[in-house]
Design a protein around this ligand. Structure first.
Ligand SMILES: [Zn+2]
Length: 241
């Protein structure tokens, strides 16, 4: 009886734990001065990640999160996932050196339409990021809002980008982020059919029917200090610390 009670309490606590997942977009070297939910400077990105590192946060990968959600592996005591959307070249030139400095692994959601064009990631950069241990994942071909345009071509938006990224990295591409963070039941069905095992949205509630396909993230303001980021993480996610 005692054991049953302990198990019930433990499983209840475990179910409540979420991993804070951060979402960044544009990163600049500070010259354009923009700092908001879509823009951060190199200096501020460094400040935020330095704070998390000093506070004992450890980055986890989508594979590690997936194993945890399916009950096959525990989490480190202070996990965080750091994601970058939209294939900006600054993800390679600015974010990667900052991540590497703290021995952090980033997750990069790539839209393939812009690859190898000025200002955007190249095949070579993506290959190098992946070889360094960072995670490459899919963000459609051209950033179509899948919920708003349900007649999108499955091949164009989900199958070909996956194949292209697999060719570049030599690794299986298993994870997806919805453009604009917007999911739909049809998109979830299509993602399952095209062999994506989990998908990330933004900060809407997780869909209890398909929690693995509606994993929550928060957008990080470039204005936030490290302490303000930590506060936002604590407010947005159910954390045991
Ligand atoms: Zn996007």
């Amino acid at each position: 009886m005692g054991h049953t009670l302990i198990y019930l309490i433990l499983s209840c606590c475990l179910r409540l734990q979420e991993v804070p997942i951060l979402c960044y977009h544009n990163i600049s070297n500070g010259k354009d001065g923009k700092e908001d939910l879509l823009h951060i400077s190199d200096k501020q990105l460094n400040e935020q990640l330095r704070y998390l590192h000093e506070d004992g946060y450890v980055t986890i990968t989508p594979d590690e999160l997936y194993a945890y959600m399916n009950g096959s592996a525990p989490l480190p005591s202070k996990p965080v996932m750091i994601t970058f959307d939209d294939s900006h070249e600054a993800h390679f030139t600015i974010a990667i050196p900052v991540l590497n400095k703290y021995h952090y692994r980033g997750v990069f959601f790539i839209m393939t339409v812009c690859l190898n064009k000025p200002g955007w990631l190249t095949d070579k950069e993506i290959r190098e990021m992946s070889a360094q241990g960072h995670i490459i994942a899919c963000h459609t071909w051209d950033h179509t809002n899948l919920a708003l345009h349900p007649n999108y071509h499955l091949n164009e938006q989900l199958i070909q980008p996956k194949k292209q990224l697999e060719k570049i990295t030599g690794k299986t591409i298993s994870y997806f982020a919805y453009p604009y963070g917007v999911w739909s039941e049809k998109a979830i069905k299509d993602l399952k059919e095209t062999d994506y095992i989990a998908a990330f949205q933004l900060d809407k509630p997780q869909y209890s029917t398909d929690p693995n396909y509606t994993i929550r993230r928060i957008m990080v303001s470039g204005k936030w200090s490290g302490a303000e980021l930590k506060k936002a993480m604590t407010n947005a996610f159910t954390l045991p610390y």
